[in-house]
Design a protein. Structure first.
Length: 371
C-alpha cells in the first residue's frame, strides 16, 4: 500500500503551448496526431518536474483534460451540449488579486440520453505515464455524485427519471474504469469529491438538495456510490479528495469538516483522505478525531491559490498541531488542491508551483525523514 509522506492532489499548470494547441485543435487547425504529440510533451514535462523535486508519487498533471471532471463527459455519449462553464459555474470568492466572480449554470445543462462509453476515461493517461517514470503514478477520477449538476428535472427525466438512476449509471462506468486501471497495473487511484464540502454552504446545499437528495442522503447514498466505484482491490491504494472549490485561485465555500467528518471519514473505503487545510477557511484540525485508525490524513497545508512561500518551519508546526488528534505516523502532507483544476489555472507562476512542491518534500523529510 502507498505510504508516501509527500503527496500531490492531481493537476499542474498547463503550459501556454498546450493551451494554444487545444484552441487550434478545437478550430480544426491541428490534426489529432499533432495534438497528441503536444499533449505528450506537456505530460513529459509534468513528470520531469515532479521527479526533479523528489516526489515518489506523481500524476500526469491532468494535461489531457479540460477539467479534472471532464473525462467522463468526453468519453461518454448521453451528455447534452456544454461548454467549460459546465464545470465552472458558481459564486466564486477570491482575494484582492483575483476578486470574486459569479458564473451562471448554463441553461439546459444536463444528461439527455442513456450513457454509453465510447472510450476509456483515464487509461491513456496511466499507460502513457507508466512508460515514462519509475515513480508511483496516481490516477484521479471523479466521485460519481459530483455529476449531480448534470442531472436536470427539466431536460434529463426522459433519459433518467430520477437522480438515483443517473448516478448509479455514472458509478457503473467509473467502477469499470477502476477495474481496467487495476488490470493494467495501477496501484494508486484517487476519487475527487469537492461537492461534499460544498454542502456546508446553505446556498450550494439548496441546489444539491433540489436535485432530490437531502443532506442525509448525500452522506449515505453518495458514499455508497463512491464505495461501489472503489470496489475490492487488494494491493491498490485509494485516496479521497475533499476541498471547497478551486478555480482561477478562487474558492466556493468555507467551513469546518466537522458536519461531514464522522460519516465521510469513517464511511469511505479509502486509505488516504486528501484534506484542504491551507488557511482559516478550512477550520481547525479537530474533525480529524473522526479518522479511523486504518486511514491516513494527507494534510493539504500548502496553498495552490497564491504565490505565498510557505516555510518548512511553519508547516512542521501545523503538522505537530494536527497530532493532537491523529498520531504522526497516520499523517502526510500535500498541496491543498491541484494547481489547475481546469485549463484555467491558478494565478501563480510555474516557479511558484515548483517551489511549493519542493517545500512539501522538504517538510516531509524534516518531519518523517522520508517522502
Amino acid at each position: 500500500m502507498i505510504s508516501a509522506r509527500a503527496d500531490v492532489v492531481g493537476s499542474l499548470l498547463r503550459p501556454p503551448y498546450l493551451l494554444e494547441a487545444r484552441e487550434r485543435r478545437a478550430a480544426g487547425e491541428l490534426s489529432a496526431a499533432d495534438f497528441k504529440r503536444v499533449e505528450d510533451r506537456a505530460v513529459d514535462e509534468a513528470l520531469a518536474l515532479q521527479e526533479r523535486v523528489g516526489l515518489s508519487v506523481v500524476t500526469d498533471g491532468e494535461m489531457r483534460r479540460e477539467s479534472f471532471q471532464s473525462q467522463l463527459v468526453e468519453a461518454t455519449e448521453g451528455f447534452g451540449p456544454h461548454t467549460l462553464d459546465a464545470y465552472l459555474w458558481g459564486e466564486w470568492h477570491g482575494d484582492e488579486r483575483v476578486g470574486d466572480k459569479r458564473t451562471e449554470r448554463p441553461q439546459n445543462l444536463g444528461v439527455v440520453g442513456k450513457l454509453r462509453r465510447v472510450r476509456n476515461l483515464s487509461v491513456e493517461e496511466f499507460v502513457y505515464a507508466r512508460a515514462r517514470t519509475d515513480r508511483t503514478i496516481k490516477v484521479t477520477l471523479p466521485s460519481p455524485s459530483l455529476y449531480a449538476s448534470f442531472w436536470s428535472p427539466e431536460v434529463s427525466r426522459e433519459a433518467y427519471p430520477t437522480l438515483d438512476e443517473f448516478l448509479e449509471d455514472v458509478a457503473r462506468l467509473l467502477r469499470e474504469e477502476v477495474e481496467e486501471l487495476v488490470r493494467l497495473g495501477a496501484t494508486y487511484i484517487q476519487l475527487d469529491a469537492p461537492h461534499y464540502p460544498l454542502l456546508l454552504d446553505p446556498k450550494t446545499r439548496a441546489f444539491y438538495e433540489a436535485r432530490g437528495w437531502n443532506l442525509d442522503r448525500w452522506l449515505t447514498r453518495g458514499v455508497e456510490l463512491d464505495n461501489h466505484v472503489i470496489g475490492d482491490h487488494p494491493g491498490v491504494t485509494f485516496a479521497f479528495h475533499l476541498c471547497r472549490g478551486n478555480q482561477g485561485s478562487r474558492w466556493l465555500v468555507s467551513g469546518s469538516y466537522e458536519p461531514l467528518a464522522r460519516r465521510i471519514f469513517g464511511g469511505i473505503n479509502a486509505g488516504r483522505l486528501m484534506l484542504e487545510y491551507d488557511d482559516k477557511r478550512s477550520g481547525t484540525f479537530e474533525p480529524l478525531r473522526h479518522l479511523p485508525e486504518d486511514r491516513i490524513a494527507v494534510l493539504g497545508l500548502v496553498t495552490t491559490k497564491n504565490p505565498r512561500r510557505e516555510t518548512v518551519e511553519e508547516l512542521e508546526a501545523r503538522i505537530r498541531e494536527a497530532t493532537r488528534y491523529v498520531p504522526l505516523e497516520r499523517l502526510a502532507i500535500s498541496p491543498q488542491c491541484g494547481f489547475a483544476t481546469s485549463v484555467i489555472g491558478n494565478a501563480i507562476t510555474p516557479e511558484d508551483e515548483e517551489n511549493k512542491l519542493r517545500v512539501v518534500i522538504e517538510t516531509a523529510e524534516k518531519v518523517w525523514g522520508r517522502v
